[in-house]
Write a protein that binds this ligand. Structure first.
Ligand SMILES: Cc1ncc(COP(=O)(O)O)c(C=O)c1O
Length: 485
């Protein structure tokens, strides 16, 4: 090897390979429907195809791309396929991908305002835009007592909310002395598992998480919450945190925010709202009732990386009182001291979340918002809701199937009347076929199929085909059940 070999990719090579890579991604989207949506590989298959040892010598870019096609793609589940109806979506768009590329290219560390002022200021600006775009309460604006920050995920955001609630309830003593074992948190039986995880990480202990019962639409019962808080108070415990959900994961239920918020106000409890996927619906004024009562919340989170065409990861987290969050998470080692921080006139986002370092995530969100405009974003959200409502009407009109929960937005929970085993069989057959991908939930103890419509490029034809395939596989599953009987 020459002594002065740098091993680097030169700017010219980067330009060339970069163009190939962008072409590759564009081609991928053009042929995405030709792949099985759910990867069909067996556990261990991908690793077995990779060399045991890392390369001693650098390899040409072409051979990397060749291996992506041959070895990696079979193990990819195509979340961006228009036939992806599983979980909640994690949708992306070309402007977002380009924003991500730019963020990687600049690769700044935005932990402090001073380490890249644009990273902080664009983020604050875009998060303020979103308050307006979603019609969120003014307390979440950076120009009020609160403000927003981009986090990786809703899980991290809810953990930060809980930490701030914990400190708020104990006058910031828990940060010094650790948990007292008396703090109690509340959410519904239908809340996302990230709340339970946050309770474990924050040191409250799982026994101090109360899962409040839900009504027939799977929304939290406020009177059950009030009764549980009273019981805990009477037992000498310290209720400190309630998390309500705007669009539960299993069935898209909406907890009654106003009633829950009023209970929290009465007892001085931190009120957090998790709108992970469904929060995005508030882009459309006609869906804003999902946030009715949100002005009573101390914190709110939603994921543009689910339904707002912004590739993973991108979570927005808002607090009504930024001082409480900053006092909870702030640290100031000597090596981070700088004039801007000391002047008190800038935001240092490292005090708004768990990790120190942070990426320039607002770029991709900014690109998405500027490319689509509010009009374009609303258009697609409305279309997804319309398609889901169409799907729900087909289920209602077929006497072999039934709806398993209300379908207020873009998620339809339904089941074949043939029972749990039949529904499991239908789902497995569909997912094995690779034609579409859907997942299940248990509602009222019963196996329920879920079709969530939120993929960027899903159109009527995909939803029609999904319904046809569901009915076909239901017919096959019924026939084989009869044959066995
Ligand atoms: C209601 C709800 N909250 C939180 C989450 C967790 O999201 P994240 O992966 O961003 O942590 C999800 C994920 O689907 C969710 O549905």
């Amino acid at each position: 090897m020459l002594e002065n070999a740098s091993f680097h990719m030169t700017p010219d090579e980067f330009r060339r390979h970069g163009k190939t890579m962008v072409d590759w991604i564009a081609d991928y989207y053009e042929r995405i429907e030709s792949y099985p949506v759910l990867s069909q590989v067996k556990p261990g298959e991908i690793r077995a195809s990779l060399p045991k040892n890392p390369p001693a010598h650098g390899e040409p870019f072409e051979s990397l791309l060749g291996d992506v096609a041959q070895k990696i793609m079979p193990g990819v589940t195509h979340w961006q396929s228009p036939n992806f109806f599983a979980y909640f979506p994690s949708n992306a768009s070309f402007p977002s991908i380009l924003g991500e590329l730019l963020s990687a290219g600049l690769d700044v560390q935005g932990m402090l305002w001073a380490t890249s002022p644009a990273c902080t200021e664009l983020e604050t600006h875009v998060l303020d835009w979103l308050v307006d775009m979603l019609g969120l309460p003014n307390q979440f604006l950076s120009t009020s007592s609160g403000g927003g920050v981009i986090q990786d995920t809703a899980s991290s955001a809810s953990l930060c909310a809980l930490l701030a609630a914990r400190e708020h309830a104990t006058n910031y003593a828990t940060n010094d002395r650790g948990c007292n074992g008396l703090l109690v948190a509340y959410t519904s039986t239908q809340a996302h598992s990230s709340i339970e995880k946050a309770v474990k990480i924050a040191g409250l202990g799982r026994d101090n998480l109360r899962l409040i019962e839900v009504d027939e639409s799977f929304a939290m019962r406020p009177e059950a919450l009030a009764a549980q808080i009273k019981r805990d108070r009477d037992a000498g415990l310290m209720p400190c945190f309630v998390s309500a959900t705007v669009g539960t994961t299993a069935s898209n239920a909406f907890d009654p925010l106003r009633a829950i918020g009023e209970i929290c106000r009465e007892h001085g409890i931190w009120f957090h709202v998790d709108g992970a996927m469904s929060g995005t619906a508030a882009l459309c004024p006609e869906f804003r009732s999902i946030h009715e009562g949100l002005e009573l919340a101390d914190s709110y989170t939603f994921n543009p990386h689910k339904w707002m065409f912004t590739n993973f990861d991108c979570n927005c987290f808002y607090v009504a009182d930024r001082k409480a969050l900053i006092q909870t998470l702030s640290i100031l080692p000597e090596y981070l001291r700088n004039q801007a921080t000391e002047s008190g006139t800038v935001i240092d986002y490292r005090d708004w979340h768990i990790q120190l370092g942070r990426r320039f995530r607002s770029l991709k969100l900014w690109f998405v918002i500027r490319h689509y405009g509010v009009e374009g974003l609303r258009h697609h959200i409305r279309r997804h809701v319309e398609l889901a409502q169409q799907f729900a009407s087909w289920v209602r009109g077929d006497n072999q199937f039934e709806l398993a929960a209300p379908a207020p937005l873009n998620l339809v929970c339904f089941r074949h009347r043939g029972g749990d085993a039949m529904n499991q069989e239908i789902m497995d057959r569909l997912n094995r076929s690779g034609d579409l991908y859907l997942t299940h939930a248990k509602l009222g103890g019963r196996f329920t199929l879920r079709v969530c419509i939120g993929q960027t490029h899903t159109e009527l034809r995909h939803v029609q085909r999904a319904w046809e395939r569901i009915r076909e596989e239901a017919a096959h599953a019924s026939a084989s059940a009869k044959a066995i009987a």
